[in-house]
Design a protein around this ligand. Structure first.
Ligand code: AMP
Length: 281
C-alpha cells in the first residue's frame, strides 16, 4: 500500500493500473467497521482500490464539529492496509483547495435543501458535492463506494454525477451496525456509556416504524408520530423524523412505493443520523 498526498502523485500511481478496474472509497478517516465494509466491497470488485482520507473543512457548518472530528491517521492506514487497499490519497487542505479556489458544485432544489441541508445549511452539501467531484476527477475511478447511512449524501452525489455526466458507477453499501443496532459512525466514540444506551432509541424507533409498516400501517404521518413518540420517551428530541422519497427527498403521504425514513438527533453533544427504507427490495 502506498500513501500519496498530491493529485499528481495519485494520477502517477494509477497510470500503470488503468488496464484494470479502479474503485474509490472516499472517507474522512477515523475508520471503523462501517468503512471496512466499503473497502471490502471495493476489494472484491476492483483491481485497484483507492481510499481517500480527507477531513473536508468545506462540509462542516460548525467549526467546533470540525475541530472535534477525530483524526487517527496512523490507525486508519493500518486498517486500510489490512483491508487490502492499494493506494491511500491523503491530501492536505491546500492540495484540495489551492489559493484562489472559487468553484462550487451545488445541487439545487428540495433534494439538497431539506433535512441535512436544512439542519446543516446550504454549505454542507455544496462542500460534499465539490469535494466528491474533485476526488472523482483526481482518481477517475470505475466505481465509487458510499454508505447507505448517509442516504441524502448518496442521493445528492447521484444527482450531480448524472447531471455532470461523470463516468463512474456508484455503489451503495448497506448501513453497518453494531450488534445492538446502533449505526456505526466516527462520532460514536464521543458518546458516554449512558448516551450510547440512549442513542439506541434511534435504531429502535426505525425498526418500530418498519414493523408498523410491515403490519399494514401506510399513513406516513402516523408512522412518523410513532417514531417521534419512541424517541421522546427516551428523552431524545430529534432534529427531524422524515418519511420521504429516497431519490427526490420530497415528502410522501403513504407507503405505496419505497419510502426513506430518516432521523437526525443530538444525543448529548453528539449529532447522529440513521435511516431505513420501507417497501424497498
Ligand atoms: P465518512 O468518513 O463519515 O465521510 O464516511 C465515509 C463513507 O463511509 C461514506 O460513504 C459513509 O456513508 C460510509 N459509512 C460511514 N458509516 C457507515 C456505516 N455505519 N455503514 C456503511 N457505510 C458507512
Amino acid at each position: 500500500m502506498i500513501v500519496v498526498r498530491t493529485v499528481a502523485d495519485l494520477r502517477a500511481a494509477l497510470y500503470p493500473r488503468r488496464t484494470g478496474a479502479v474503485g474509490l472509497v472516499p472517507t474522512m478517516g477515523a475508520l471503523h467497521e462501517g468503512h471496512a465494509t466499503l473497502l471490502r466491497a471495493a476489494r472484491a470488485a476492483d483491481d485497484t482500490v483507492v481510499m481517500s482520507l480527507f477531513v473536508n473543512p468545506a462540509q462542516f457548518n460548525e467549526q467546533a464539529d470540525l475541530a472535534a472530528y477525530p483524526r487517527t491517521e496512523e490507525a486508519d492506514l493500518a486498517l486500510a492496509a489490512s483491508e487490502g487497499v492499494d493506494i491511500v490519497f491523503a491530501p492536505e487542505a491546500a492540495e484540495m483547495y489551492p489559493a484562489g479556489f472559487a468553484t462550487t458544485v451545488s445541487v439545487s432544489g428540495t433534494l439538497a435543501d431539506t433535512l441535512e441541508g436544512a439542519e446543516r445549511g446550504r454549505s454542507h452539501f455544496d462542500g460534499v458535492a465539490t469535494v466528491v467531484t474533485k476526488l472523482l476527477l483526481a482518481a477517475l475511478p470505475d466505481h465509487a463506494y458510499f454508505g447507505a447511512k448517509d442516504a441524502q449524501q448518496v442521493a445528492v452525489i447521484r444527482r450531480f454525477v448524472t447531471d455532470l455526466g461523470i463516468p463512474v458507477e456508484l455503489v451503495v453499501c448497506p448501513t453497518s451496525r453494531d450488534a445492538d443496532g446502533l449505526a456505526r459512525s466516527s462520532r460514536n466514540t464521543r458518546l458516554s456509556p449512558d448516551e450510547r444506551a440512549q442513542a439506541l432509541a434511534i435504531p429502535r424507533a426505525l425498526s418500530g416504524i418498519q414493523d408498523a409498516a410491515t403490519a399494514g400501517l401506510r399513513d406516513t404521518a402516523a408512522l412518523r408520530a410513532q417514531g417521534l413518540a419512541h424517541l421522546e420517551a427516551a428523552g431524545i428530541h430529534p432534529e427531524y423524523v422524515a418519511l420521504v422519497d429516497p431519490v427526490t427527498f420530497a415528502p410522501v403521504d403513504e407507503v405505496a412505493q419505497p419510502v426513506l425514513v430518516a432521523i437526525a438527533a443530538r444525543v448529548g453533544a453528539t449529532r447522529l443520523i440513521d435511516n431505513i427504507v420501507l417497501g424497498g427490495a
